[in-house]
Design a protein around this ligand. Structure first.
Ligand code: SAM
Length: 273
């Protein structure tokens, strides 16, 4: 049997389609999300409805964003889902989550078994909407999940860790073996819960600057701060901020990146404009 075919549908690689088929895993994810009827849930990439169907039992309405036109059409004709669904046949990377939250009058609960080819940029897209999002549950490849939860000093700690942990509390929920999908991905997967902070622990004045500092620092991750960020911060400045110039990007905490971003905003406003 062709291992790319599921429920009569041929999984398309270009859309990152790995359909969930393991009922225990599906049930565990739905339980972890714990949807309530009064909430506004948004699924990214509903596909053939593996999560959409069971979660819809708890809801009167549900918004889904599906890029694949054939799958969106299939959902429109779904015997019991279609009446509950608002389907956006579009790229989730261009979706305006704050507009939807505004229309719904409440923060959104976003979830999905994400297409692994766009999971990281999609999360960066979502970080710009965290004030409109109550929480997120995503199936991700294990390596990306490890980066989300990584702490300073570990190999996985990078730009994604800093930005995710700036905006959200990140909690691993469930490990998922590759045989739970059709076709099975080449990597193991993990479901992660991200809960945006209502009050940020280390607020920065300008997240654009924070983002750019992490890009510069981690593009030279083996270098010390004195070398990687020396053009932005003098040794005296790092000293005043209490940050050791001999640290490497991977040893700098989220709080310290935020300190650096705020100092730069106050002292060199024009740097990235
Ligand atoms: N939720 C289904 C499941 O668990 O079986 C499908 C998950 S599959 C890994 C990813 C889904 O995201 C597919 O349905 C795919 O067509 C859809 N998709 C891919 N790229 C997308 C994008 N940029 N925006 C929205 N949906 C996308």
């Amino acid at each position: 049997m062709n291992n790319r075919v599921h429920q009569g549908y041929y999984a398309r690689k270009r859309f990152g389609q790995n359909f969930l088929k393991d009922n225990n895993v599906i049930e565990n994810i739905v339980t972890a999300i714990h949807a309530q009827c009064s909430e506004e849930l948004v699924e990214i990439g509903p596909g053939l409805g593996a999560l959409t169907e069971p979660i819809s039992q708890y809801l009167d309405t549900l918004t889904v964003i599906e890029l694949d036109r054939d799958l969106a059409t299939r959902l429109q004709k779904h015997p019991f889902l279609s009446a509950k669904l608002t389907i956006y046949q579009q790229d989730a990377m261009t979706f305006d989550f704050s507009l939807l939250a505004q229309q719904k009058g409440q923060r959104l609960r976003v979830f999905g078994n994400l297409p692994y080819n766009i999971a990281t940029p999609l999360m960066f897209h979502l970080f710009s909407y965290t004030s409109s999002v109550k929480d997120m549950h995503f199936m991700l490849q294990k390596e990306v999940a490890n980066r989300l939860i990584a702490k300073p000093g570990s190999k996985a700690y990078g730009r994604l860790s800093v930005m995710a942990q700036y905006y959200c509390r990140v909690i691993p929920v469930l490990e998922v073996p590759s045989y739970a999908f059709t076709p099975p991905p080449k990597v193991e997967s993990v479901v992660v819960r991200l809960v945006p902070f209502v009050e940020l622990p280390y607020p920065v004045i300008d997240t654009y600057i924070l983002s750019n500092i992490t890009i510069e620092a981690f593009s030279k991750r083996r270098k010390t701060l004195r070398n990687s960020l020396g053009h932005l911060f003098s040794l005296d400045t790092l000293d005043v901020l209490g940050i050791d110039a001999r640290l490497r990007a991977e040893n700098v905490t989220v709080a310290q990146y935020c300190q650096l971003a705020n100092w730069l905003k106050m002292h060199q406003n024009k740097y990235w404009e």
